[in-house]
Design a protein around this ligand. Structure first.
Ligand code: TYC
Length: 110
């Protein structure tokens, strides 16, 4: 009967949002997204600035021109700059890709 169905479901639909702590698994997954490695770009005396910017944009996904310029200039002025922070395997991939394009980069734990 239709009336019985409506009465049975209405209280369930009107329950307030749960204030319970999320399951441990979810909390842990969110916390472990902290990037544990830094990719460092080192200055040199010979690579053209435009090439550094182009390589950063080619190797690092979603790297804007502005960010690439800022990172390049920081390395140029201070000797080194943090390119990105990410997990170890990705940091190794970025380091190898940057170095294959003629730049000097290293990785280190964050
Ligand atoms: N110092 C270089 C020059 O004057 C530019 C440069 C910047 C090179 C950053 C490498 O990581 C680097 N042409």
């Amino acid at each position: 009967m239709q009336a019985t169905f409506v009465h049975a479901t209405a209280p369930v639909l009107s329950l307030p949002p749960s204030t319970e702590t999320p399951p441990r698994e979810v909390t842990k997954r969110n916390m472990s997204s902290e990037p544990p490695y830094k990719v460092i770009l080192h200055n040199d005396d010979f690579t053209p600035m435009e090439h550094v910017i182009a390589v950063l944009r080619k190797v690092i996904p979603r790297m804007s021109v502005k960010r690439a310029q800022d990172i390049m200039l920081e390395a140029h002025k201070n000797g080194k700059a943090v390119v990105t922070k990410c997990h170890k395997e990705l940091a190794e991939l970025y380091q190898e890709s940057l170095n294959n394009e003629g730049l000097i980069s290293t990785i280190e734990p964050d």
